[in-house]
Design a protein around this ligand. Structure first.
Ligand code: IMP
Length: 776
């Protein structure tokens, strides 16, 4: 096997990441030294790797400043409709390398660092992840920022700069342990605080009704326990104040007119709510328009609905936000009144349309009665928005069925916007070798127009292309194997199939189904050790919510299985099980390009879209998956025969629900399943604590909402097909090519262009903003 290229050599070969910038090298070196001296106040006698990282980050940042100011000025001149994406999460990861790639500066910076005797990758590794999110929803918001900028939209992301990101996960004796993520400890070169724009956000207090309107008085700041609700209102209140400030000074606001003409707001402002977390934007906008700007209710409501749009991310009942009325009454008394008034008028409309249908009124109310009264935030968002979208076709269809009363009453509101990922970060940046092999065949335009990947179909039988694709994968695997050895002290066989499931740990994502396959494969190898088994390295990674006991037990089970399997001399390096500690954006960027097989095995109907599935597909992994979320559309785009699809469809799950799911039927009928469950239950994987996993077994046998056993048999058969194909590398790689060629749809550029045209009423443009004068 050939030695992997050093990163410096690799970058030298790569044109897609900016060979054009080489002439900047001496400028970059000069600016780097200037920042080291004047910004960091260090010389090379005392500078640490982190100082060099900060000097480089500041040097690169300088290249953004002129463009940023010119862009903002341009927006003020042209006054286009502004798009505001409000999200409680922006899971950005690192910024340095991404910025260099997007500015076409990477090769020049690499050369500059090389000439200074520094290793750029080492400096990049000093950057903390901005982990201001949990998983897909937050990362989607980050991909959308990249695409909104790339499509030239006057768009803004509004969120919270949390002082601590998602916890760092340590695995101690097989268990997840959470550590605080003090990501700002050394400062953050990618932000600019604007304390001069600080605005007050009010909490608590009471309302006073006067003849000239309602006042919210006696408010206090940040006490008590309702932190999450406070965060949600905090981001919404601050954002709306900024939106309205900007609207007022824009041409369409009141700069020339005495009084702001708010009837123009929906023409100049689009607000997108990333899930219900910022739902308070609706009553808050009403409060501002009615209480502060003195508009009448009907006018204000029309403006509010035409301005706001809502994206739904899940239909799992436990994930839907329902805030107790009592908490609201205390923290946001005026907003509660407004929500009641929205509800009163909404139910009046329902009653007028469906006279006498009392049960429908109950189902459609924003206020859930019975026990503790709660506000159903999804209902609030649907009523207060002009567009409601799901995030993959199957999910949008399920959403319509789930809130059927709302769909029936206002079908025009309901849309689909299949999620996407940014090809800049998730291909060009994280997998330059693959980007280069593609660019050699079809040019570089696919980076801005991912549909062009279709042009790869004509190379599907091209021996040289097949070889190149396979070679890049092998290099990525070697590199990841080295990384795992350095960071986790595990040795893996780079010739084994890298079988990867990385995502939050959750019952519905069914890491347990993966575990059952591992155990089954292990038992088969043990039973017939001389057979030619396809070697696999199975990697599972992801964080469990700190309070989610079952998810933590699932992690413990994975590590326990690993302890037995990895130390069994009969198995050798034909099967290894690795728990990837502290899975996060940066680890995804390293691991996904190295994967052969992507596990997307949720119970049909539970994963709204998935976006990890798309990252693997774009990086040349084959998918084993259920017909769930965006997997369905991936199969459409690449050809179902080029994915490993198994298991129940949504209809089958519903039919099984009607019949009744009885886990013990599968347990009694399938001997290998029985053996695996008996091993888990009997302490085979936890000899010192034989009943460690009895809760998990009990759940699987008696109250498994996600029906793991019902898909077991088909999953195992499908994994056999995976093994068979892996033995034929050429046929495997052909399928990989069909998958890459089918990825065009999954660019977040396509997603954002659809939001722009179909929800926000703005036209994406690739018009270039006039070049900045970099000197000031
Ligand atoms: P904001 O959009 O009001 O937050 O302002 C952001 C940036 O836009 C400012 O820092 C300025 O660079 C630019 N800007 C603000 N007001 C104007 C204006 O009236 N004309 C041109 N540019 C402006």
């Amino acid at each position: 096997m050939s030695k992997p290229l050093s990163d410096h050599d690799r970058r030298k070969q790569i044109s897609v990441r900016g060979l054009a910038g080489i002439e900047n090298v001496s400028d970059l070196k000069q600016n780097f030294n200037r920042h080291l001296h004047f910004t960091l106040v260090k010389d090379r006698n005392v500078a640490t790797k982190r100082d060099y990282y900060f000097a480089l980050a500041n040097t690169v940042r300088d290249h953004l400043i002129g463009r940023w100011i010119r862009t903002q000025q341009y927006y003020y001149e042209k006054d286009p409709k502004r798009v505001y994406y409000i999200s409680l999460e922006f899971y950005m990861g690192r910024t340095l390398q991404n910025t260099m790639v997007n500015l076409g500066l990477e090769n020049a910076c690499d050369e500059a660092m090389y000439q200074l005797g520094l290793e750029m990758e080492e400096l990049e590794d000093m950057e903390e992840d901005a982990g201001l999110g949990n998983g897909g929803l937050g990362r989607l918001a980050a991909c959308f920022l990249d695409s909104m900028a790339s499509l030239g939209l006057a768009a803004y992301g509004y969120g919270i700069r949390y002082e601590f990101g998602i916890f760092n996960q340590k695995i101690v004796n097989g268990w997840q342990v959470e550590e605080a993520d003090d990501w700002l400890r050394y400062g953050n070169p990618w932000e600019k605080a604007r304390p001069e724009y600080m605005r007050p956000v009010h909490f608590y207090g009471r309302t006073e009704h006067h003849p000239d309107g309602v006042k919210w008085v006696d408010t206090q700041f940040f006490e008590g326990k309702e932190l999450r609700l406070k965060q949600e209102y905090f981001v919404v209140s601050a954002t709306l104040q900024d939106i309205i400030r900007r609207f007022k000074v824009s041409k369409f606001g009141s700069r020339e007119i005495a009084r702001t003409d708010f009837s123009k707001l929906p023409d100049k402002v689009a607000i997108q709510l990333n899930d219900t977390h910022p739902a308070m934007a609706i009553p808050e906008l009403m409060r501002v328009l009615v209480d502060e700007e003195k508009l009448n209710w009907e006018t204000a409501w029309d403006i509010c609905v035409r301005t706001c749009a809502y994206t739904n991310h899940t239909v799992l009942p436990e994930a839907l936000e329902r805030w107790p009325v009592e908490l609201f009454a205390h923290l946001l008394p005026r907003h509660l009144e407004i929500v009641y008034e929205i509800n009163r008028r909404h139910l009046e409309r329902v009653a007028a349309k469906y006279p006498g249908d009392v049960d429908r009124l109950r189902r459609m109310s924003l206020i859930e009665e019975g026990g503790q009264k709660r506000i159903n935030m999804a209902h609030l968002c649907i009523v207060g928005s002009h567009a409601v979208n799901g995030v993959a076709q199957i999910h949008s269809d399920i959403l319509k069925a789930t809130v059927y009363d709302f769909y029936e009453m206002e079908p025009h509101k309901f849309q689909n916007k299949t999620n996407g990922i940014t090809p800049r970060r998730w291909l060009v940046m994280c997998n330059p070798g693959l980007a280069e092999v593609i660019a050699e065949r079809i040019g570089e335009d696919f980076i801005r127009d991912l549909d062009q990947l279709r042009n790869l179909i004509k190379f599907v039988n091209d021996e040289a292309f097949i070889r190149d694709i396979a070679k890049v994968k092998q290099e990525n695997k070697m590199k990841f194997a080295v990384h795992l050895e350095e960071h986790y002290k595990v040795k893996i066989n780079p010739n084994s199939m890298f079988d990867v499931q990385v995502k939050r740990i959750h019952e519905y994502k069914r890491q347990l189904l993966n575990c059952l396959h591992i155990i089954t494969y292990y038992n088969r190898i043990k039973k017939d050790p001389n057979k030619q088994w396809t070697p696999r390295t199975i990697m599972i990674g992801g964080k469990a919510a700190p309070g989610y006991h079952t998810a933590k037990m699932i992690i413990r089970l994975i590590t326990a299985i690993g302890e037995v399997v990895n130390n069994d001399p009969v198995v050798g390096d034909r099967l290894k099980v690795i728990f990837l500690e502290n899975y996060r954006v940066t680890l995804a960027e390293k691991g996904i390009p190295a994967a052969d097989l992507s596990e997307q095995i949720s119970t049909a109907g539970t994963e709204a879209s998935g976006t990890g599935n798309m990252k693997f597909m774009l990086n040349g992994a084959l998918t084993i998956g259920t017909m769930d979320g965006a997997n369905v559309e991936m199969a459409e785009e690449a050809g179902e025969e080029n994915l490993f699809i198994f298991g129940m469809r949504v209809d089958d799950v519903e039919a099984l629900d009607k019949r009744g799911y009885h886990a013990e039927e599968y347990y009694n009928r399938l001997p290998e399943l029985k053996q695996a469950i008996d091993q888990i239950a009997g302490g085979f994987f936890s000899p010192k604590q034989p009943d460690l996993f009895k809760e998990i077994v009990n759940m699987l046998m008696h109250h498994d909402r996600f029906k793991v056993f019902a898909d077991y048999e088909d999953y195992i058969k499908c994994q056999e097909k995976v093994n068979a194909l892996y033995k034929n590398p050429k046929e495997w790689t052909k399928k990989v090519i069909y998958n890459i060629a089918g990825c065009g749809k999954f660019s977040s550029d396509r997603t954002i262009a659809q939001y722009a045209r179909e929800i926000w009423g703005v036209e994406p443009t690739l018009e270039k903003i006039p070049a900045p004068d970099d000197k000031h």
